[in-house]
Design a protein around this ligand. Structure first.
Ligand code: UFG
Length: 328
């Protein structure tokens, strides 16, 4: 198949481009490199440009008949979204509408969309299934939820088939060590902790020990990047084969939560094998962090026949550590 990976120079998109290429698909990556990295765009042909550039999209869609588009290009910092909602609504919503409209014009039939646990807001219950109400509590979550709603309406009105995948905490790295997590600035727990272990940062700060959880730190559901990408590939196949149609949405996680303290302990164990230690400091809660976010991904397992291969947190951390050691 011909697949356009929008945001394919970012952490998740780059792993996706590799997996699709390995499966024999022809991948084109569109990325404006605002938060992506040329060195991550190792698979597929890279077109440097913006998803909101209608003329560029017209050129790409008239040159290649794509079987589907996977859309990973978004701003994803919750705190920044509160301070600069215009950026989030413009890039994550308005630019996505440009992409969808050009797809419609050229008859590109399928769309896989990166959504997020942030569309649920503060959960009423855990684990979170697809029935859980979606009440985002920040502009980032709102922007993703808006696109999910657009996709429902585009399915009914224009016949666009789509799957929205709501990630919990994407983590880990390419098991072959070629690709890994890369953000500027980095805000995520596992890469920051590993950077503290490799000496690229002085310490890791635990944001709050006063949550209503067993050890007082926040609990998250970490999902290996490779498993996350596999779910996207399965979702696209299900659309192509007609097993799924309309606008579908699935939660993606392992269904098991780990506290910040537990994650740090696993990192400490893994890095100690290479003679590394790290300094852990306490810090106040980060505004907007729910205490517990754990996915019920039963629907994705059943419907997509998705079976995570790297659900073990230690494996996730080992792969991320191998990547971090190549960065230091
Ligand atoms: N944390 C720390 N110290 C740090 C960084 C993070 O204690 O230096 C804690 C956070 O408070 C949180 C946990 O580690 O409890 C995980 O934080 P991450 O930033 O790694 O991930 P989030 O759960 O905040 O973010 C993820 C996605 C976002 C999405 C969000 C939804 O990465 O895109 O879930 O809540 F918006």
């Amino acid at each position: 198949m011909n697949i356009l990976v929008v945001g394919g120079a970012g952490y998740i998109g780059a792993h996706m481009a590799k997996q699709l290429t390995r499966q024999g698909h022809a991948v084109m990556v569109l990325d404006n490199l605002s938060t992506g990295f040329r060195r991550l765009a190792r698979y597929g042909s890279l077109v440097e440009g913006d998803l909101g550039d209608a003329a560029l999209l017209d050129e790409l869609f008239s040159r290649t008949s794509f079987d589907g588009v996977m859309h990973f290009a978004a701003n994803s910092l919750v705190g920044e979204s509160v301070e600069r909602p215009d950026k989030y609504y413009r890039n994550n919503v308005a630019n996505t509408l440009v992409l969808l409209d050009r797809m419609r014009h050229f008859g590109v039939p399928r769309f896989i969309f990166s959504s997020t646990a942030a569309t649920f807001g503060e959960p009423d219950y855990s684990p979170i299934d697809e029935q859980h109400p979606q009440r985002p509590i920040n502009p980032y979550g709102h922007s993703k939820w808006m696109v999910e709603q657009v996709l429902k309406d585009y399915a009914s009105a224009y016949g666009l088939d789509s799957v929205s995948l709501r990630y919990f905490n994407a983590a880990g790295a390419d098991p072959e060590g070629e690709l890994g997590e890369c953000h500027e600035p980095e805000t995520h727990l596992i890469p920051l902790t590993l950077q503290a272990a490799s000496g690229r940062r002085p310490d890791i700060k635990v944001f709050g020990r006063d949550y209503g959880t067993p050890d007082g730190t926040c609990i998250r559901d970490y999902i290996h990047i490779e498993d996350l990408c596999t779910a996207h590939a399965l979702a696209l196949s299900a659309l192509v084969e007609g097993r799924l149609s309309g606008a579908q949405a699935f939660n993606l996680g392992n269904g098991q939560g780990f506290s910040v303290q537990e994650v740090i302990a696993v990192v400490q164990k893994v890095v100690a094998e290479d003679g590394h230690t790290l300094v852990v400091k306490d810090a106040p809660q980060r505004p907007g962090d729910p205490a517990v976010l754990v996915a019920d991904a039963g629907l994705a397992r059943q419907t997509l026949d998705w079976q995570p291969q790297f659900a073990d947190l230690e494996t996730i951390v080992r792969h991320a550590w191998a990547w971090e050691q190549r960065q230091a």
